[in-house]
Design a protein around this ligand. Structure first.
Ligand code: ZN
Length: 501
């Protein structure tokens, strides 16, 4: 192999391994570290982060990438080495275009804003954090300006999480979704809410685990290359293709909590576990964008895990684990309970249907803030008005309104939210393609068999890691661009039956 390519790979792998060691420290911090470890851990994480960044922005990598251009151009676009050089160049340019001094200022401003937000939210005091958020907005704009030539000022910021998705594309897709979704939400909201009391009996943690671990193992999550622990907020993290871990949070009075977050995180983790092993520790390993990542978690959590077919098979097993709690609850009641739709104030608690309205509102506000069409001081009022218009309810205070999500208060304004809804849309679009190739999938799911679906996802999505951008991958897999129709059809079909719409 080309010695320059060898050198590039070894430099990138070294940086990746330092980053992975840092990720392991973070995993430990969120799971097992005693509180006394906090101060030292912050220091240890910072030094590893700095070392990884120095290695990734070493000018030697820039030179190698220049020298490898002829090799890249001599290879087909989808060749692994050509893709490695292309993706590495994109990441290198992104990292080196922003001056280190600006990045340092931004990170320390974010840390400060986060601290103020942790006080402002419980106090319901938007005014306290407002000047910090104004500075965040200003710095987000300046960050975008390090990437000139954009069509919309949000585009460079969207690129950080969903590379290749533009504000204009997302705006069109979201407008279409919103137009079709709002009447469905209103029609459901006009009916009496489903009774989900059966999910709020007492479900001891050990039995919850005993039920869901075999489920995610059957999905295809490999416990030889992963494990499941407990943390305050569920997440997935990987240190290599052979070690991708998930966490859940238990609530003994809410069966949905750990069960569906285990399915969700297993969906993220299977994507990472299924990457081509030849990409180990290289920039083309791992998921390609936040939207595609979220499509994989949502597919297993919602399209499979909240389907009637799945529960036709698994409900008797769940009843056997919880005979006192669910023995008297018919399957239909349970199915309605796990698919209850009700307008609510908090995004993370929202159901599958209303969730997207929460996301679209935030996305539109990000664009309006960046454009200067909305001032930070007017955000709380704009939030209430839009919430009322879209969901028919309005938050009584800012705590459950404009102050509720950490994203803007611990990072950028721009690009923070669109991935959640892109993921929902893509989960249906990819699933439809899997069904076109394998019409037997729903019948298999109803027998607790997932090999065909998991195999299709692995061959068509997981294996490519981040070799292709999200738009490229969607084109390859579905034969066209991102489309909202399969998702709308999925919702109409499922909720039309549930609510007789
Ligand atoms: Zn997720």
């Amino acid at each position: 192999m080309d010695p320059k390519l060898e050198e590039l790979k070894s430099r990138l792998q070294e940086a990746n391994d330092i980053g992975a060691a840092g990720a392991l420290l973070n995993w430990d911090q969120s799971t097992y570290m005693p509180p006394g470890g906090a101060a030292a851990r912050a220091r240890q994480s910072a030094i590893l982060g700095r070392l990884a960044h120095e290695k990734l922005t070493d000018p030697a990598i820039g030179h190698l990438l220049d020298e490898l251009r002829p090799l890249e151009e001599s290879l087909p676009y989808d060749d692994d080495n050509a893709s490695l050089i292309r993706v590495s160049r994109r990441q290198y340019e992104r990292r080196t275009k922003v001056p280190a001094a600006f990045m340092g200022q931004f990170l320390s401003h974010s840390a400060e804003t986060y601290t103020v937000w942790t006080q402002a939210r419980p106090e319901n005091n938007f005014a306290l954090v407002q000047p910090y958020l104004e500075k965040t907005l200003d710095m987000s704009r300046r960050l975008a300006d390090f990437f000139p030539g954009y069509e919309h000022i949000a585009d460079p910021l969207i690129d950080f999480s969903d590379y290749g998705m533009k504000a204009s594309t997302v705006r069109v897709v979201f407008a279409e979704l919103r137009e079709q979704l709002t009447p469905i939400v209103q029609a459901i909201a006009a009916q009496p809410p489903a009774d989900d009391a059966c999910l709020h009996r007492t479900f001891p943690q050990a039995q919850q685990t005993a039920f869901f671990e075999p489920v995610i193992r059957a999905f295809g999550y490999d416990f030889e290359r992963g494990r499941c622990d407990v943390s305050p907020h569920p997440f997935t993290t990987g240190f290599s293709i052979g070690d991708v871990r998930i966490t859940v949070r238990y609530k003994e009075n809410d069966l949905s909590e750990a069960l569906f977050s285990a399915m969700h995180e297993a969906g993220h983790a299977m994507y990472e576990q299924g990457c081509n092993p030849a990409y180990e520790a290289l920039p083309i390993a791992g998921g390609t964008s936040s939207g595609v990542h979220e499509s994989q978690s949502r597919l297993w959590e919602n399209v499979v895990g909240r389907s009637r077919g799945f529960w036709t098979h698994y409900y008797p097993q769940l009843q056997a684990v919880f005979p006192a709690q669910l023995g008297d609850v018919p399957l239909d009641t349970f199915y309605r309970a796990i698919n209850k739709v009700q307008p609510s104030l908090i995004r993370t608690d929202a159901d599958e249907v209303t969730y997207n309205l929460h996301v679209m509102l935030r996305f539109d506000f990000e664009l309006a803030l960046l454009e200067g069409a909305l001032a930070v001081r007017d955000l709380p009022e704009a939030w209430r008005a839009r919430f009322k218009a879209d969901l028919g309810i309005a938050p009584p205070d800012d705590r459950d309104g404009a102050l509720q999500d950490v994203h803007w208060y611990g990072g950028l304004i721009g690009g923070a939210f669109q991935g959640y809804t892109l993921g929902n849309i893509l989960s249906a679009q990819f699933y439809q393609c899997a069904l076109d190739a394998h019409p037997e999938i729903p019948a298999e799911v109803a027998q607790g068999k997932f090999d065909t679906l998991h195999g299709w996802l692995k061959d068509n999505i997981y294996v490519h890691g981040s070799k292709y951008t999200a738009p490229e991958l969607i084109e390859r897999v579905t034969g066209g661009p991102l489309r909202v129709e399969p998702y709308i059809a999925y919702l109409r079909n499922k909720y039309g039956e549930l609510y007789e719409l």
